[in-house]
Design a protein around this ligand. Sequence first.
Ligand SMILES: Cc1ncc(COP(=O)(O)O)c(C=O)c1O
Length: 376
Amino acid sequence: MKEAYRVKGISESVIREMTRKAKKYDAINLSQGYPDYPTHEDLLDEAKSAIDAGINQYSITWGKEELRKKIGEKLNDFNDIDYDPKFEITITCGSSEAIMATMLGLIEPGDEVLIFQPFYENYVPAVSMASGTPKFSTISIDQKIDREEVKEKVGKDTRALLVNTPHNPTGKVFTKDDLGFLRDICVDNDILALTDEMYERMIYEGEHISLASLDGMWERTVTIGGFSKVYSITGWRVGYTAAPKELMKSIRKVHDYTTVCAPTPFQQGSIKALDLPESYYKNMLDYYKKGRELVYESLKKTEMVPSKPEGAYYMLADISQYGMDDLKFADHLVRKKGVAVVPGSSFYREGGKDLVRFCFSQEMALLEEAMDRVKN
Ligand SMILES: Cc1ncc(COP(=O)(O)O)c(C=O)c1O
C-alpha cells in the first residue's frame, strides 16, 4: 500500500527498536531513557486513590484545572514565566504529544524549523508530519553551538527554532549567553521559539534558563515540559505545553482531536509532584550524578571517548577507535556484550556514525554490571 506523504520516509524509532533488541538478547538496556530513581510515594498514592475514587473518565480537554494552576505557579517560580492557566497551559499525553501538537498547530507547509543536531528523535518526524521542512545546525560534542551556522540557516522561510535544554543527547545546558544569542535571532527575524525543557531539574553544571523568560521572547515562545523523567513516571504520559493564548488556540485544536485529554488519574497523581520539597530534586540529582561519574570514568578506561554531560542523563561516546560504524558497534554491544546503547546516527540528519549514546538512568548495580561488560 502507498504510504501517505505525511509519513513517507519516516522510519521507526531507533531508540525504541534498541529497547526491543535489549529484550530479545536479554541485555542491560542503556538505550531508552527509563528513569530508575524511585517514583515518590505521594504521587503513587494520589493516582491510586484517584482510581479508587472514580476519577477515571475524561478530564476537561485542556487538563485538570488544579494541575494547570500548579504548573502555572511552577512556571512562575522556577522558570520565571507568567502564563494564564485558563488559556495558556494545556496538559498533554507526555511532552511527545506537546511537541507534535505544537508542530501541527503552528507549522504550515513550506515553513522551515531549525533543529539542533544531534536531536531528540521525535523532532524531525513532528516537523515532517506538519509538512514543514527541518533545517539543522550542529552542536559539537563538547557542547557548543555554531553561531555562524545558526545565522546562515535562518532565512525568510524560517518559522521556528527548536531548543532543547538540558539537551538530549549531548547533555548541553544552554547558557544565558547562548539563549541571548538565540533571542536576538528570533526577534530580529520575527520567528517563533519552541523549547523542550523536559530535563530542567536535571542539571549538574550550569543553571536552567527558560528562553521565554528573556526580553521579547514570551510572545513568541512555546514552552514544553513534562513529568516523565524528573518524577520517574514515563508510563503515565503527562506533559504540558504553555504559550500565549493566540498560539495556544491552534495547539489546543490539535490536542482536542488527537488525545482528548491526558489520563485523568495520572493527571491527579502529577499534582503531587509539584508539591514535593527541594530535597526531592537534590536527592534525585545525587542519584544520577553517581551514575554519570561511574559511566564516564568506566568509558574512559576503554577505547571510547566519552563526553561528560552538564545535564539530563545521557552520555555520548566516540567509538572511532573500534573500526566499526555506530550501527555495527551497537549491534555488537547488544549481541556480544549484553548492553544496549543507541547508535549515534539516529540523532543526526547526517553524521553521528562515530558515536553511541549511553543512558545512565539505571540503578548503580546495573550500571556497574553494564560497565564491566563493556570493559571486558
Ligand atoms: C528531549 C526529550 N523531549 C521529550 C521527550 C518525551 O518525553 P515524554 O513524552 O515522556 O514526556 C523525551 C524522552 O526521552 C526527551 O528526551
